[in-house]
Design a binder for this molecule. Structure first.
Ligand code: PLP
Length: 381
């Protein structure tokens, strides 16, 4: 049986060049970057090299980069770190209803600690309106956190416009760009954004490493206390091999961005066309925004069949897809993103997220569409 992986938004295979780079670091270096001896100095040089490379690629200063354990920690550090630095009580934060739980649950925690949070709605394509964000601003608003691109439906948000609004009102702006890195044109210098979250394992890097870019002048309290690493913003011995792998992954992701976008757009179109051919246009609906979307994510509902049944049947055919974010996949919970988009009940309960990545081919799209056609026919009987 063929095995097809269409869940790259949950986690992606490590690129061979990334694995090679990590192996080189793991087998040649073992000093602690904080030690003063030659082994420590070598380790420090290695981490600095990776930091310089990533900073140059992302368009930030090396000292603006804080290495973390991934997107979740970056989101937590951005939101809590800023709010704690400004004093939590009585402060107001604006976010959206379709954020990843790493942002939503952090905001809920802020509320328990005396902050006020406004969750702005989205339209039925999953897009936030700049006017809604503007209307939510109060005198005590200190942070806006809105994701770059949504991990479930792929909708891209008006980040530049929200950033300009935030800047004009003296409000800090954080964006979770975990899914956007490597498919959207991101240069931190060119956007009015103060804090950016990134994660390595979504771009063919290792799991358990990521970064928060913190623009100079942005206040940030640490969440972890201990050593003086990351300029006192994130204590703990650096994940040296992971960071080296992350640097390689960022390099590969940004080098091939145009081709990758074109390839994913092609895969997306192929899967939709083949589904029309195999099962008919009226058997499915595409969820998300037809204009502002990341091409690697395709969210489709097959209203005749529940999400769980379709995922199970696809899995039996060797095809891995998801119901939404990784944390909710496999559970019966309906996605908060699709709910926020106010989709009809049968669309909500039958959504599947296909996400493309390294190694996927148009032949796999044909095969997947054929199998979906067969599954639909079999279940109709
Ligand atoms: C938009 C978004 N933010 C944050 C995260 C969490 O990242 P990590 O798995 O690196 O903690 C994810 C992971 O799915 C995501 O899609």
């Amino acid at each position: 049986m063929k095995s097809i992986y269409l869940d790259h938004a949950a986690s992606s295979p490590v690129h061979p060049e990334v694995a090679e780079e990590m192996m080189r670091v793991m087998t040649s270096q073992y000093g602690n970057a904080s030690s003063v001896h030659s082994f420590g100095r070598e380790a420090r040089k290695q981490v600095s090299r990776s930091r310089d490379e990533i900073a140059a690629l992302l368009g930030c200063l090396p000292e603006e980069l804080v290495f973390t354990s991934g997107g979740t920690e970056s989101d937590n550090l951005a939101i809590f770190g800023t709010l704690e630095a400004l004093g939590l009580r009585g402060k107001h934060v604006i976010t959206s209803v379709i954020e990843h739980h790493a942002v939503l649950h952090t905001c809920e925690e802020l509320e328990k600690r005396g902050c006020e949070v406004t969750y702005v709605p989205v339209d039925n394509t999953g897009r936030v309106s700049v006017e809604d964000v503007a209307a939510a601003i109060r005198d005590n608003t200190v942070l806006i956190t809105i994701m770059f691109g949504n991990n479930e439906v792929g909708t891209v948000q008006p980040i530049r416009e929200i950033g300009e609004l935030a800047r004009s009102r003296g409000i800090y702006f954080h964006t979770d760009a975990v899914q956007a890195l490597g498919v959207e044109y991101i240069n931190c210098k060119e956007f009015p954004v103060d804090l950016w979250s990134f994660s390595s394992h979504k771009i063919n890097g290792p799991q358990g490493v990521g970064a928060l870019v913190v623009k100079r002048e942005t206040p940030l309290s640490p969440r972890l206390f201990g050593g003086l690493q990351e300029k006192k913003r994130r204590a703990g011995t650096e994940n040296m091999a992971g960071i080296a792998g992350f640097a390689k992954a960022v390099q590969l992701a940004l080098q091939g961005l145009d081709e990758r976008r074109a390839h994913y757009t092609n895969l997306r179109k192929k899967l939709i066309d083949e589904l029309c051919h195999e099962s008919g246009q009226d058997t499915f609906v595409v969820n998300g925004n037809p204009q502002f979307f990341m091409p690697q994510i395709l969210n489709i509902s097959f209203p005749e069949i529940s999400t769980e049944t379709m995922l199970m049947n696809l899995d039996m055919e060797g095809i891995a897809a998801a119901s939404g974010s990784a944390c909710t996949s496999g559970s019966l919970e309906i996605s908060h993103v699709l709910q926020a988009m106010k989709l009809p009940e049968n669309v909500l309960r039958s959504a599947i997220r296909f996400s493309f990545g390294l190694g996927n081919t148009t032949e796999e799209m044909e095969y997947t569409a054929q199998k979906i056609g067969t599954i639909l026919k079999r279940l109709r009987k």
